[in-house]
Design a protein. Structure first.
Lengths: 425, 335
């Protein structure tokens, strides 16, 4: 063969240049031309929206546009990031997971401001704290709230009964009003029912306790506050069940096996009910829900957004406001356990019925007030990354018996370092 | 390389003059009659270049460009979408001070040693045994190779269930003989052991096939001569088989080094269901390998610059280890 080394390097350099050029071109082509396209694509993931409502939206708007919905599997955020960075084949409407929203906000210019399209007029229909989380510093509304994840305390009424404790949701909520009362209840349960645990792992308690406050790890001035009292308190709360011996220390998928057996309570968002139901179908009717100790928090809950490349913003906004109208939201709850972000839906028949898994309890009476009482917190783009060392620290306590104070110091120093890496002061 | 091309007049005189293959000759003294590859030569061979071009195009777009681009990213801060900001050597400075990075390196090396040694040793033993087997040869070969072609995710899920702390099969069996449950998936060393076991399970068959091919290439006369000289099976193995197999062993050691240090899917799947921190390698981050840490930094935390710095630092480390390996296995060859 005549391929010399130099020639090979030349060819390689040429190829690299050519591929670089392709990417660069992809970036530049911003379809700023006509904005009244007839074909709209919608990206979401399985369970993000009610498939029935999406199918109806297609026929409902079929005379104006052709809506193509694609359920994207795998790492949704990663795929969306790549597509937005490439700038081609961008969906006209896309879902964004609640936990990813904060990391998309600094790139608000990649999305359309929904307020310009008429969200301002209808925003009062949706929970304010949820809407705020999808708004940039300068007031641009990126996300249209789909659902929320108001948290509550799930408990085994049958086991509470055997331990001689109250089983009525209101009474349990009163008995477990604060974290300390709740843990005391757990100590009693463990005395009466040996081999059972009150909580799954202490990281979940930490997660909830942080969510109950209005501040997290980074404040609005982009300063690290993960070493301050509110986080320290959440940490102390989380470590309590470990020292009391009522922590099951489950950090792997054996939760599936434990949930129907050794766990007496479970902290979780409204959608978590489905996880319990799937993991332990034979405990149907034995579970109840009540308000979470120390007040509600939020876990998850997604948004729909319109990328800048959207081919028909007006029509796209009409579609999303139709899909997410309170009436359709209520149906989403019935179809796919998507808890609506529109409080008006909570009074609709689709949501006020009893849930057989919870012995016919009307769970909306717990989740509805929790949704409205969830505190509005500020979540910085780097928040999730900064939170990770705390979670790791808590699992180290459980797995290796690491001293809680050492774990705290390590977690704070690591969190501070990650924050600095991500440009936090 | 030395076989003459089918077409082209320039190719014919190349093998004239001087002994030995042409490519070992110094370049500066071309033998008489050799035509230097000219533009015309490239053009006249366009079909051949076209035939091999798909590989180079795909390699360039999906490997060469990303590799070069990641080197560029290692000196920037980028969240994947926004503006790329030059930060100089900051990412590497963070890396130097990052205890999690060093932890991940220690984890990776521990898992690598725990998996490569039994894999290669087991593969050699199995290959020797299989070489002397007379019946059901095909069956044994397929049975031992199957773990390598099964999906790594499926195997990881299977191992996760078998070694589960509370409800796993292994602990259930240990329980029947009165041994209390072993925390396979929460003790830092047992986590590494389980991951290493998984990799051993996957890669022993692969290396065995390579060794078997090597064994079959050794002429039987050598063994017969050794037997006539009174060498037993053990002595034959260490004084005949091992020296002849040295280049093949070197190959598998290097391939295993490269593969073993890139463990990612195993801990990712094993601890992916960890509710508190998926992608962080399980309790105490004991299963956090360097590639998993890279994935977590770049794709979960959207810190692409730092992720690129991690992989480039890791690349340097792999290169060092490959050179050390090479030296260790090559040693004694000349003596």
């Amino acid at each position: 063969m005549d391929l010399s080394r130099r020639r090979f390097l030349q060819a390689a350099a040429f190829t690299a240049a050519a591929s670089g050029l392709t990417v660069a071109c992809g970036n530049g082509s911003d379809s700023a031309g006509s904005k009244n396209g007839k074909n709209l694509t919608l990206w979401y993931w399985g369970g993000a929206l009610s498939d029935k409502v999406v199918a109806e939206a297609k026929t409902h708007f079929s005379k104006d546009v052709k809506l193509t919905a694609a359920s994207i599997g795998g790492d949704f955020k990663q795929k969306l990031t790549t597509t937005l960075a490439a700038g081609t084949s961008v969906p006209d409407i896309t879902g964004i997971k609640g936990e990813d929203m904060a990391s998309f906000l600094p790139n608000g210019n990649r999305f359309l401001d929904l307020n310009d399209l008429g969200f301002k007029e209808i925003s009062s229909k949706y929970l304010d704290w949820k809407t705020k989380l999808a708004r940039t510093e300068d007031g641009q509304q990126i996300g249209f709230p789909i659902d929320i994840g108001p948290t509550a305390l799930f408990y085994r009424a049958d086991q509470f009964d055997r331990a001689g404790l109250p089983t009525d949701p209101d009474k349990v909520a009163a008995e477990a009003g604060t974290w300390e009362d709740y843990f005391a209840l757990g100590v009693e349960l463990r005395k009466k029912l040996p081999g059972t645990y009150l909580i799954n792992n202490i990281s979940s308690v930490f997660n909830m306790a942080v969510g109950q406050g209005t501040e997290r790890f980074i404040d609005r001035d982009n300063r690290f506050i993960g070493d301050q009292d509110h986080i320290r308190e959440a940490w102390t709360t989380a470590v309590r069940p470990y020292t009391l011996g009522i922590d099951a220390k489950i950090n792997d998928n054996s939760w599936n096996a434990a949930i129907g057996k050794s766990l007496t309570t479970e902290l979780g968002a409204a959608w978590h009910a489905l996880d319990i139901e799937q993991a332990a179908p034979n405990t149907k009717g034995k579970w109840r829900v009540c308000a979470m100790p120390g007040g509600p928090a939020n876990q998850g809950g997604s948004y729909l957004a319109l990328p800048k490349q959207c081919r028909n913003p007006e029509e796209a906004f009409k579609i999303i406001s139709w899909i997410l109208s309170p009436e359709n939201d209520a149906r989403g709850f019935a179809d796919a356990a998507i808890f609506p972000a529109a409080p008006a839906a909570y009074a609709m028949p689709a949501m006020t019925g009893g849930d057989p898994f919870f012995g016919g309890q009307k769970v909306i009476e717990v989740f509805g007030p929790a949704a409205k009482a969830t505190p509005a917190s500020y979540e910085a783009p780097a928040d999730a990354a900064v939170m990770a060392p705390y979670m790791t620290g808590l699992t180290s306590i459980e797995a290796k018996g690491k001293k809680p104070d050492d774990a705290w110091n390590d977690a704070v120093s690591q969190a501070r370092q990650i924050a600095r890496r991500q440009g936090v002061k | 390389m030395t076989s003459p091309p089918v077409t082209g007049p320039a190719a014919a005189p190349r093998h004239r003059g001087g002994p030995g293959p042409a490519r070992f000759r110094p370049r500066r003294t071309p033998p008489a009659g050799t035509v230097r590859p000219s533009r015309r030569g490239v053009v006249s061979h366009w079909r051949q270049y076209l035939a091999i071009s798909p590989f180079f195009l795909i390699f360039g777009v999906f490997s060469l460009f990303p590799v070069c681009y990641s080197l560029y990213l290692a000196f920037q801060r980028w969240d994947g979408m926004g503006t790329v900001q030059f930060v100089g050597l900051d990412q590497f400075r963070f890396l130097w001070d990052d205890p999690v990075f060093w932890l991940s390196i220690r984890n990776t090396l521990a898992i690598w040693v725990l998996s490569t040694v039994p894999t290669l040793f087991g593969a050699l033993v199995l290959a020797t045994l299989l070489h002397s087997v007379r019946r059901f040869k095909g069956f044994y070969r397929i049975a031992l190779y199957i773990p390598n072609v099964t999906s790594i995710v499926a195997v990881s899920i299977f191992f996760g269930a078998v070694f589960s702390n509370n409800f796993g099969l292994v602990n259930a069996i240990l329980g029947t003989v009165g041994i209390s449950p072993v925390p396979w998936l929460s003790n830092p060393w047992l986590i590494k052991l389980v991951i290493a076991l998984l990799m051993t399970w996957m890669w022993t068959g692969y290396n065995m096939i390579i060794y078997l091919a090597g064994l079959q290439a050794i002429p039987t006369q050598i063994y017969e001569a050794a037997r006539l000289d009174g060498a037993g099976p053990i002595r034959t193995f260490f004084q005949i088989t091992m020296p002849i197999m040295r280049p093949i062993i070197l190959f598998t050691v290097i391939i295993s080094t490269i593969n073993g240090l890139q463990s990612f899917s195993e801990p990712q799947v094993l601890f992916g269901s960890n509710a508190a921190n998926p992608n962080l390698g399980g309790p105490g981050q004991a299963g956090l390998t360097t590639l998993l840490y890279f994935y977590q930094s770049a794709f979960v935390n959207n810190d692409y610059g730092y992720g690129a710095a991690i992989v480039w630092a890791f690349f340097v480390l792999i290169m060092v280890l490959v050179v050390v390996n090479w030296r260790v296995v090559q040693r004694g060859r000349k003596s």
